[in-house]
Design a binder for this molecule. Structure first.
Ligand code: NAD
Ligand code: WQD
Length: 339
């Protein structure tokens, strides 16, 4: 069966394409390459032995998106990753984020409806919960007022999907990722942050390899055991596998609602200092870091209640923090060799 993966040359998309192909699916990717490279398609082929289809399309272009669906009437499901994701940039350029992330979703849904594609898996985010009142956070936790336009696009996108499935013959699975990190064990695909990374793990590996001088740890006065903020980091390959299970579930007619939502995390929280410690242990490198003020907009702590995903999807994250950090480090070293 053929799956359309939008944003499939991106970080999580590329890992998901690998898992889909290794589970027997045929994959076609749409990406506008605004935050990725077409060479990722060749690296996917190196891992799986099969080159996924690829079309360079900007999904905000309604005409081109609808035309794509007309030309590919044999698609069984869509995994929609394509979006802009830099929280800080979204604060500076809100309209860019609303236009890109929401128009592309609307065009994909329209294309699906016109061509009879019934299944969509959507990349949502734990950011829809803000700072939850109760930890670990379950799927029933209230959606809090968004702290950024980026987070707001995820909240609105979830609602667009819910309202669309009410009136169209479309089912959805919303996957709320916690903090995806790490890379494929082949070190052929991974995260490619353009410019200075915002996220912790690429900043750690770039500092250790000498691309950055020092890591700033944002705040050590949080109400946590060591004072630094806590997140639920999840290996990107574990995350990718959950997408295959979600697609299997929809295609197998096992969905229990027109729209289902699942938290994808490990259920374990790690502080910034614990992540650094794990990195130093697996890499043998001493990291140059210093504690600075809190980063505005950061929440103190969040980790997932994964019971629903574990029981209902039959999925559980398997890889621990050390394996995540080692794969991230191997990927950084591979990038250095490529130059
Ligand atoms: P990424 O930037 O590596 O991948 C997104 C891909 O979408 C890129 O290849 C980009 O070129 C493409 N794209 C963006 N706008 C497009 C458009 N208009 N038309 C066609 N292609 C377009 O990001 P990622 O980390 O792989 O994230 C994938 C999805 O998961 C995103 O929706 C993101 O918001 C969501 N998400 C990511 C994280 C995270 O921490 N990485 C956490 C939660 C949710
Ligand atoms: C993790 C921790 C920082 C960088 C973001 C998005 C969220 C989601 C995942 C998409 C925090 C600390 C970081 C640094 C640091 N993405 N840190 N020094 O903020 O949990 O979430 O990515 O949906 O929407 O907001 O991830 O990796 O930026 O930060 O001390 O240089 O590391 O303060 O506690 P975050 P992150």
């Amino acid at each position: 069966m053929k799956i359309l993966v939008t944003g499939g040359t991106g970080y999580i998309g590329s890992h998901t394409v690998v898992e889909l192909q290794q589970s027997g699916y045929e994959v076609i990717i749409i990406d506008n390459l605004s935050n990725s490279y077409e060479s990722v398609v060749d690296n996917i082929e190196k891992i799986t032995g099969t080159k996924p289809g690829f079309e360079k399309i900007d999904l905000t272009d309604a005409g081109k998106t609808i035309d794509f669906f007309k030309r590919h009437s044999d698609i069984s499901g869509v995994i929609h990753f394509a979006a802009l994701k830099a929280v800080g940039e979204s604060v500076e350029k809100p309209l860019l984020y609303y236009r890109n992330n929401l128009n592309s979703l609307i065009n994909v849904l329209e294309g699906m409806a016109l061509s009879g594609v019934e299944n969509i898996v959507f990349s949502s985010s734990c950011t829809v919960y803000g700072q939850p009142d109760v930890l670990p956070v379950t799927e029933k936790a209230p959606i809090k007022k968004a702290w950024s336009p980026y987070a707001n696009t995820k909240q609105i996108a979830e609602e667009i999907i819910e309202f669309t499935t009410n009136v169209k013959n479309i089912k959805g699975i919303l996957l709320r990722y916690f903090n995806p990190i790490g890379a494929h064990e082949s070190a052929l695909i991974g995260e490619l942050p353009i410019g200075i990374p915002n996220n912790l793990v690429p900043f750690i590996t770039q500092t250790a390899i000498g691309k950055r001088e020092l890591l700033r740890v944002f705040g050590d006065d949080y109400d946590t055991p060591d004072g630094t903020a806590i997140r639920d980091y999840i290996h990107v390959v574990d995350l990718a596998k959950a997408h295959v299970i979600a697609i299997d579930r929809m295609l197998g007619g096992k969905s229990k609602d027109k729209v289902e939502m699942f938290n994808l995390g490990t259920g374990n929280g790690f502080s910034v200092l614990e992540v650094i410690k794990s990195f130093e242990k697996v890499s043998g490198e001493k990291l140059n870091y210093k504690i600075v003020d809190r980063r505005p907009g950061d929440i103190e702590k969040v980790w997932a209640d994964t019971t629903f995903a574990n029981e209902e999807l039959g999925w559980k994250a398997e890889k621990g923090i050390d394996e995540m950090m080692l794969s991230a480090w191997n990927w950084e070293k591979a990038l250095q060799e490529i130059g």
